[in-house]
Design a protein around this ligand. Structure first.
Ligand code: UGA
Length: 432
């Protein structure tokens, strides 16, 4: 099939590349010409394990192309995926849909034969209705069908999540589009993915409700971890004990820093805002947002306590600063709250991240990047393990710096407390 992905961010690029790998002809379109030129030269704008190899493979075999010409790309395609960003509005907390609607306006001028127009971007319920209205101004209704097909892939696991999804959600009442899309996804369905066809509005809401539920699950275990710390219980026992109940499930019950990234913080706020518009109070999600916004303060207070409130001139190491492992994404990372707060109190911060230097900390005089784990630990008073990269999972703390001791605060519970303590280190973790 001939597909056109509009927007080469996470969702558009990963899905486009993966669709081409499944044998489809895919053109990935972006208005950023520079980005398109880079992609043509095999330069991938995001860090995502396995993505670069797939881009190069499918670009070489010509199933994958890149273009900044939206009109001709759309004209030559049967299925169009809208994959542009829907960030939080500068004012308020609803999703900014300007990019989606601008694309819809451009599309309305390029429909030359029947097209399935799909929103893969995360868009609030009723956005599909709005897109349909825009397209109808210039085109008769039998020339297009607007479908919602949300994407559930995680950064860092994106290729695997695309290839082996738990479910594929297609929101449309149009039988013809449903049949075509079931065929498009048949290679994934035959590998075990569940295919569900719902109304368009339901598909839009499934995406937000899923992200909000996962955010709730994480926040729930983070709050239980706070109680565990006060009562001498290991939160991991709680996660295992709860997770074995099939109604609960074990995943996304890892306590840690505040959840971050480009999705949960934005989507939890956006679903609340949509509900407000429809006079519905999502009180559970509201308290999740509030609790998560306070999470970094809770962890910072623990840092202050660990250092006996003497932060000035302390040398603090951050291992990992992105919002989680296997990504270079800094969006809504809790390090963006914690590092400035510690720096303001006079600490000297060195950080190492497997994805390199981060411009976000440029303006802080006493925050510096070092290019190895070993250098980051040099003369450190406190080492904060902020993300769960494999690189951090087998550090020989005892030998790495000639036996010099420092305090370790493992915010991802990577290490066994007894093992680290037996090596003579003061060790703290989350909820245990
Ligand atoms: C999330 C969803 O997991 C995807 O299904 C969804 O498609 C995506 O948002 C999106 O809407 O595009 P992502 O933001 O890449 O994916 O990252 P996650 O792996 O979900 O992690 C989000 C945050 O939760 C991170 O800060 C992570 O460290 C934290 N987390 C996750 C925990 O603290 N504990 C856990 O058990 C799991």
């Amino acid at each position: 099939m001939k597909l056109c992905m509009i927007g080469t961010g996470y969702v558009g690029l990963v899905s486009g590349v993966c669709f081409s790998d499944l044998g489809n002809d895919v053109v990935c379109v972006d208005k950023d010409k520079n980005k398109i030129d880079q992609l043509k030269n095999g330069k991938i704008p995001i860090y995502e394990p396995g993505l670069s190899e797939l881009v190069i493979k499918n670009y070489k075999n010509k199933r994958l192309t890149f273009s900044s010409d939206l009109k001709s790309s759309v004209k030559n395609s049967d299925i169009i995926f809208i994959c542009v960003g829907t960030p939080t509005k500068k004012k308020g907390s609803s999703a900014d849909l300007s990019q989606v609607f601008n694309v819809a306006k451009e599309l309305s001028l390029s429909i030359n034969k029947f097209k399935i127009i799909i929103t893969k971007s995360t868009v609030p319920v009723t956005t599909g209705d709005e897109i349909e209205k825009i397209l109808s101004k210039k085109n008769s209704k039998n020339k297009f069908s607007v479908v919602s097909n949300p994407e559930f892939l995680r950064e860092g696991e994106a290729i695997r999540d695309f290839t082996f999804p738990d479910r594929i959600v297609i929101g449309t009442n149009d039988k013809k589009s449903n049949k075509i899309l079931k065929n498009l996804y048949s290679p994934l369905i035959s590998k075990g993915a569940q295919y569900i066809n719902t109304s368009r509005r339901a598909a839009e809401l499934i995406k937000y409700a899923s992200n909000a539920f996962l955010a709730t699950k994480i926040t729930f275990i983070n709050e239980v971890a706070n109680l565990c710390e006060k009562t001498g219980i290991n939160v991991e026992d709680i996660s295992i004990g709860m997770g074995l109940d099939k109604r609960i499930g074990s995943r996304f019950l890892r306590a840690g820093p505040a959840y971050g990234g480009s999705c949960f913080p934005k989507d939890t706020k956006a679903i609340i805002s949509t509900a407000d518009k429809f006079n519905t109070n999502l009180s559970v999600i509201k308290s999740v947002v509030k609790s998560n916004e306070n999470r970094s303060n809770i962890l910072l207070n623990r840092v202050y306590k660990i250092l006996n409130n003497k932060i000035k001139n302390k040398k603090i190491t951050f291992l990992g600063v992105t919002f989680k492992a296997n990504t270079d994404d800094m969006r809504d990372s809790s390090s963006l709250t914690m590092i400035p707060a510690l720096s303001k109190k006079g600490a000297y911060i060195k950080y190492f991240d497997p994805t390199g230097y981060k411009k976000e900390f440029k303006k802080f005089k006493n925050v510096s990047y070092v290019n190895s784990i070993k250098k980051s630990l040099d003369n450190s008073d406190l080492v904060i393990i902020h993300t769960e990269w494999n690189d951090f999972k087998s550090i020989n703390f005892k030998n790495i710096n000639k036996g010099k001791k420092f305090i370790i605060y493992d915010m991802r519970n990577i290490y066994l407390p007894s093992k680290i303590k037996s090596q003579g280190f003061k060790y703290y973790s989350v909820g245990r």
